[in-house]
Design a protein around this ligand. Structure first.
Ligand code: AMP
Length: 454
């Protein structure tokens, strides 16, 4: 651990390990993509909520168990309260729901966007501070609701510019009942096996099944679930399931029910616009967590490397954590930073034009105050304006105007101030015209932005 932490070890010039600074161009792109996602959420009728950046530590241990402590940024405040920076937002949103929103009409469709903190091992696409955008759909348990969740998850990413997606849908009853069907002992360490299934290293999974005494035929059948891609594949697999006794029969029946549930959900998602060509049935999605209850979903960007999972979620029940009435809930969390990498990998990123509309360049001391007054007037008219703050010479001001990507430089000398006009230079075409100051804001607003400098 000492080595791992050796870089970024507290120098005031370095950001803490796993965190990042974002410059203006990067922020502009982040805000652009965020804006696209917010627009998609608006069209689906989701409303934003915000919760604190830190919470009582217990919120997360109650939800995810003590193992979460390893990845939490936990701390004590000056009064000895045990707190943690949030590693995700679902627990907080559901705390908010049980504390204040439970009486709201259903369906309650909420979304959030915020930074999360995990003591992960940093690498490309994996950070200690990262951003999640996520939704919680509270109330309905219908195929329509679940179909909306799936369609929205894909739409958020596609509208943002990630054209190529791999959507994997599963159901916890598929996985858990498959374990029942192969005679997995109910006393077995399911958590450890689920972890191996989640990571899918076949040798490890086989070893886990062998250790539990699962026989060869049942083991091979279980492994064949990993090759399932369609509902037809799944049906064929279920036909070949081991029929060793009542427990196995019941388990396979539960798997059939789960499969038909997935079919209904996908029908709804397709009706809502989901392209089913991107969808794969994955009976072995583990999601690793105890509170998932039914349909589960993961979305990957095939264009990315190891850290390609962009989104994960499903149906869950956190009522036990809060001692509240059970309420049907589904939702997902989308990794915003990875989504941005995927947008860029698809070539759908944009150099957001950061230039200002006008750069006001006074010539000579007498024009400095009038330049400020003109800048203020243009800003009141809604234009973005920079005005010389460095007392530059005229030539340097023109250079500064160009490097700030201004559409026009507004040159204001003594002659202009006296005459009540400005000399305006279009920085793309070089064309220069004189415009009366009184009409200037209207004149600039009306100019087609085609002449905007790149
Ligand atoms: P989870 O809450 O673990 O289901 O994560 C939801 C999504 O958040 C994942 O699919 C990733 O896209 C993203 N994510 C999770 N952990 C990190 C991390 N350490 N850095 C960047 N993105 C992450």
């Amino acid at each position: 651990m000492a080595n791992e932490e050796a870089d970024g070890g507290g120098s005031p010039l370095q950001v803490p390990r796993g965190t990042r600074d974002f410059g203006p161009a990067e922020m502009a792109e982040r805000r652009r993509v965020e804006g696209r996602m917010r627009e998609t959420l608006r069209r689906y009728g989701y409303r934003e909520v915000q919760t604190p950046t830190f919470e009582n530590l217990e919120l997360f241990t109650a939800k995810s168990g003590p193992a979460i402590l390893d990845e939490l940024y936990g701390f004590e405040d000056k009064s000895g309260r045990r707190l943690a920076l949030r590693p995700e937002l679902t627990a907080a949103v559901m705390r908010f729901y049980y504390a204040s929103l439970a009486m709201e009409p259903k369906p309650l469709k909420l979304y959030y966007f915020g930074n999360c903190f995990r003591y992960d091992r940093p690498q490309k696409g994996r950070y200690r501070e990262f951003w999640q955008m996520g939704c919680e759909l509270i109330g309905p348990e219908t195929p329509e609701a679940l179909g909306e969740m799936v369609a929205l998850g894909a739409a958020l990413l596609q509208d943002a510019g990630v054209a190529r997606l791999a959507v994997r849908i599963g159901h916890l009853h598929l996985l858990y009942s498959a374990l029942d069907a192969i005679g997995w002992p109910s006393s077995g360490d399911r958590r450890e096996l689920l972890r191996r299934i989640d990571k899918w290293d076949e040798r490890n999974v086989v070893a886990g099944l062998d250790e539990a005494g699962v026989d060869d035929g049942a083991r091979d059948w279980f492994l064949s679930l990993h090759d399932v891609a369609t509902l037809d594949d799944l049906a064929a697999c279920l036909d070949a399931a081991p029929r060793a006794g009542e427990r196995a029969e019941e388990a396979v029946a539960r798997m059939r029910t789960a499969a038909s549930r997935i079919r209904e959900v996908l029908d709804c998602a397709a009706a809502l616009g989901l392209d089913l060509a991107m969808v794969r049935i994955d009976p072995l999605i583990a999601r690793g967590l105890d509170y998932y209850t039914g349909v589960v979903l993961e979305v990957d960007a095939p264009a990315l490397g190891a850290e390609k999972q962009l989104l994960g979620g499903g149906q869950y029940d956190l009522s036990g954590v809060f001692g509240g009435e059970p309420v049907a809930t589904c939702g997902f969390a989308l990794g915003f930073d990875r989504a941005l990498v995927a947008v860029a990998a698809e070539g759908a990123g944009t150099e957001v034009a950061e230039g200002v509309d006008a750069y006001v360049a006074p010539i000579g001391d007498a024009a400095r105050r009038p330049a400020l007054v003109l800048a203020a007037k243009l800003r009141r008219a809604g234009l973005s304006v920079e005005v010389d703050l460095m007392q530059r010479t005229a030539g340097k001001n023109l250079k500064a105007a160009a490097s700030r990507g201004a559409r026009v430089a507004v040159i204001l000398g003594g002659r202009e101030v006296e005459g009540g006009f400005a000399t305006v230079k279009d920085l793309a075409s070089g064309e220069q015209v004189e415009v009366p100051l009184a009409a200037f804001a209207d004149w600039l607003s009306a100019r087609p932005p085609a002449s905007r400098a790149p």
